[in-house]
Design a protein around this ligand. Structure first.
Ligand SMILES: CSC[C@H]1O[C@H](OP(=O)(O)O)[C@H](O)[C@@H]1O
Ligand SMILES: Nc1ncnc2[nH]cnc12
Length: 315
């Protein structure tokens, strides 16, 4: 088996359980300190030879509840393969009239409405504390890089699919959809979209110092339109397949360019935006930090936790 690093990780959401037009290379199922990923990771190659690692967020056959997605294992597994940029897809409800079902969105903000039941940090349960900057929850450079490319594919597709940017996604716990009152409240808060899965995924990507961007695809109007039916899963399914087909086309079209951008010495810095940031997030090393915890964290942050001898240790 080749040990070649895979620089691009793709996470497929509801309806998007595989990519198209790629040559299957192998499946890997890395055991991480946080368990196994949602499903064995499929590594495939584009015609150019670009390798892509794909995880179906809810497992093949959609058996994993949004609250139970093993996001730490997913992100850690990508990191162990050498992934530098994660392109995540998600089916979302729209909280805005203009974002009609079928629209594509590149959000730049998140409101956290998960309920604290999802493990949201690699540091949780360890003797090492980190407070990671998350003011800009998506990798801005990566999102900006995506904008013209996704727009180009949607235009080429010719079905008039709209693309929105600079939007805010509310991430709720689920699995039930929101009440009408909640849906109206999220609009007042400034939410534009709603889903159940971008957290803790985006937080963990940030902790692992990986570039992370989301392509959100609208399936419904959630439950804020007073004269209309509140969202149901059946409503979501109506647009899920078409959205997934377009998402596959977007991926297929832009991934070669993404590989080139990541490896371009003049442009690659866009995808290194997060690298080095955890240095300012982790509390200083102390004798109270357990070596076993350092070893565990070295899986995702080898630069900070694999060397032991020369680090300064405080009491
Ligand atoms: C099938 S409707 C609700 C479900 O769909 C979204 O999943 P994903 O983000 O993985 O595409 C949403 O977050 C919910 O998990
Ligand atoms: N209305 C909605 N609420 C939460 N997650 C969703 N995923 C798709 N539509 C959704």
């Amino acid at each position: 088996m080749s040990e070649e690093k895979v620089l691009i990780g793709v996470i497929g959401g509801s309806g998007l359980y595989h990519l198209d037009n790629l040559t299957f290379v192998k499946k890997v199922n890395p055991k991480t300190p946080w368990g196994y990923p949602s499903a064995p990771i499929v590594i495939s190659s584009l015609p150019s030879g670009t390798l892509v690692a794909f995880i179906a967020r809810h497992g093949i056959g959609h058996t994993i509840h949004p609250s139970d997605v093993p996001s730490r294992a997913n992100i850690a597994a990508f990191k162990s393969l050498g992934v530098r940029a994660i392109l995540a897809f998600s089916a979302v409800g729209s909280l805005r009239e203009e974002i009609s079902p079928g629209s594509f969105v590149l959000p730049n903000q998140i409101i956290d409405r998960t309920k604290g039941i999802r493990p949201a940090s690699f540091f949780e349960g360890t003797s090492i504390v980190a407070h990671t900057g998350f003011g800009d929850p998506f990798s801005n450079g990566f999102v900006k890089w995506l904008e013209p490319r996704v727009a180009g594919v949607l235009e080429q597709e010719g079905r008039g699919i709209k693309l929105f940017t600079d939007k805010c996604v509310v991430v709720m716990e689920g699995p039930q959809f929101s009440t009408r009152a909640e849906s109206l409240m999220y609009r007042q808060w400034g939410g534009d979209l709603i889903n159940m899965s971008t957290l803790p995924e985006a937080k963990l990507a940030r902790e692992a110092e990986l570039s992370y961007a989301l392509i959100a695809t609208a399936t419904d109007y959630d439950s804020w339109r007073e004269q209309e039916e509140a969202v149901t899963a059946a409503e979501v399914f109506k647009t899920l397949k078409a959205n997934a087909d377009t998402s596959r086309l977007v991926a297929e079209t832009i991934l070669d360019d993404l590989q080139a951008a990541i490896t371009d010495p003049n442009n690659g810095h866009i995808f290194l935006e997060e690298v080095g940031k955890m240095k300012f997030s982790i509390m200083p090393r102390s004798v109270k930090q357990k070596q076993e915890d350092r070893d565990k964290l070295a899986f995702v942050l080898p630069d900070y936790f694999s060397g032991t001898e020369n680090d300064e240790v405080t009491a």
